[in-house]
Ligand binder design. Structure first.
Ligand code: ACO
Length: 401
């Protein structure tokens, strides 16, 4: 009998790192995070400066191309993106096959994966020009696809994109507009939405981005890879946390109930966690959460929304930040803690929250995918494992068992 564990000794060294807490899977020049200091940089630019002064389209250009665009480059990029916003007419039939109450993320996994059945030219990943076109198609079509998922769920007709307005304004119009009426984009809402997109654009090797890279490492086409990223993002420990955080705040309901939930989060016998709190990399304030909190206050004021849930969120944050358990474990609000308050004030149902995250993160996914495929040293991703099953044994025929 061979002891399989002994075989490891003969196959060379490898590290055992469950959850990849300390293993870099790639080199990347896109995004830098200093989790201890709460710093996030895209191509060297701090996230708060980008959120305050830039636009989502500009950040998309920056992540894809490495530098901020000149005015001419920016115009060309916007023009290209707005010329790819439409989806193939036959995709409508695909939507019609879903149940009306299907989760938008379920629809998006299917529809984005299905794009590879429509854009055959973009599936040739060996051609850099096709890779660029595929990237532009994905970034441009995500707002259309997400808005269609929403419209389908409420039984309203789909709206075609209107390419004369901004990327974000167009998304808001396709989501909240109706064909028979003109739709005025509220500039404060547009700015807030654009900022939310910037804050979600990329975040180095998080679970969904790693999924996109791993899928892409085998040579899979970009639409399939992004569909894989969407599937991973859906989980409540990742992109699904914004939906879960708002549901939790509603469940808490009033500030007097907060201590009860804090106690539950600390109780190791209770699986409950404070959603929107904690992060694998940030052991300090998530810099995106700070911008999100300010944006929430601005949006609620502009829209005249007096949402008691925002008070619950602020109070919960204060209590948690002064609690020994959260201090010791370095648990701070993450990007998802306040985003739900803003999105629900704008009018999105909670089921759309993660779909919006997917829309924005598509920029990071395609930028990371391009970076990986362009690397001449790129190899298929193939993690190892530490085998814990039975050692080698002889097969026993069915009748003798
Ligand atoms: N509430 C209560 N306790 C928590 C929380 C929380 N939100 N997060 C972590 N902890 C505790 C854990 O129980 C663990 O305690 P222990 O040391 O006594 O076992 C310790 O803090 C470390 O937690 P891990 O789960 O080991 O940390 P990990 O890095 O694996 O997980 C994660 C990070 C998944 C984000 C986690 O903090 C969590 O589940 N948070 C809530 C979900 C959430 O908000 N996710 C969004 C992340 S941001 C994003 O994806 C965009």
């Amino acid at each position: 009998v061979v002891d399989i564990r002994k075989l490891y000794a003969q196959t060379g060294m490898f590290t055992f790192d469950p959850g990849f807490t300390s293993t870099a899977s790639c080199e990347s020049g896109l995004t830098f995070i200093d989790g201890g200091e709460g710093i996030l940089l895209h191509r060297g630019y701090p996230i708060d400066q980008l959120a305050e002064q830039s636009s989502f389209m500009e950040v998309a250009y920056l992540l894809l191309n490495g530098e901020l665009p000149s005015p001419g480059e920016f115009d060309d990029f916007q023009y290209t993106i707005t010329r790819h916003t439409m989806v193939h007419e036959q995709l409508k039939t695909l939507y019609n096959g879903f149940r009306r109450d299907a989760h938008p993320m379920a629809i998006m996994c299917g529809v984005v994966g299905a794009l590879s059945a429509f854009y055959h030219d973009s599936t040739d990943i060996t051609d850099p020009v096709q890779r660029k076109i595929a990237s532009h198609r994905l970034i441009a079509k995500m707002p259309t696809i997400a808005a269609m998922a929403y419209k389908y769920s409420i039984g309203q007709p789909f709206l075609y994109p209107e390419n004369s307005i901004s990327y974000t304004g167009n998304f808001l119009r396709m989501t909240f507009g109706v064909p028979a009426e003109p739709y005025e984009v509220n500039p404060v809402v547009e700015k807030a939405m654009d900022r939310i997109f910037i804050l979600h654009a990329d975040h180095e090797q998080n679970a969904s981005t790693s999924t996109v890279r791993l899928a892409g490492s085998s040579g899979a086409n970009p639409f399939a890879c992004i569909a894989a990223g969407i599937a991973c993002l859906w989980g409540p420990a990742h992109g699904g946390a914004n939906e879960a955080a708002l549901n939790m705040l509603h469940e808490i309901g009033t500030p007097d109930k907060i201590p009860e939930y804090i106690a539950r989060a600390k109780d190791k016998e209770d699986p409950f966690r404070l959603m929107g709190f904690g992060h694998r990399v940030y052991k300090n304030f998530d810099p995106r959460a700070k911008v999100m909190k300010e944006t929430a206050a601005e949006v609620l004021e502009t829209l005249g929304v007096d949402d008691p849930i925002f008070d619950v969120a602020r109070e919960l944050e204060q209590i948690a930040l002064n609690d020994e358990y959260f201090i010791e474990k370095k648990l701070y609000p993450n990007v998802d803690f306040y985003s739900g308050v803003i999105l629900s004030a704008i009018g999105f149902p909670t089921t759309m929250f993660t779909a919006l995250f997917a829309l924005a993160r598509t920029v990071g996914w395609v930028a990371q995918w391009n970076e990986m495929i362009s690397d001449p040293e790129q190899r298929i991703g193939r993690p190892r494992q530490l085998y814990t099953g039975p050692t080698m044994r002889d097969y026993v025929p069915l009748g003798s068992r």
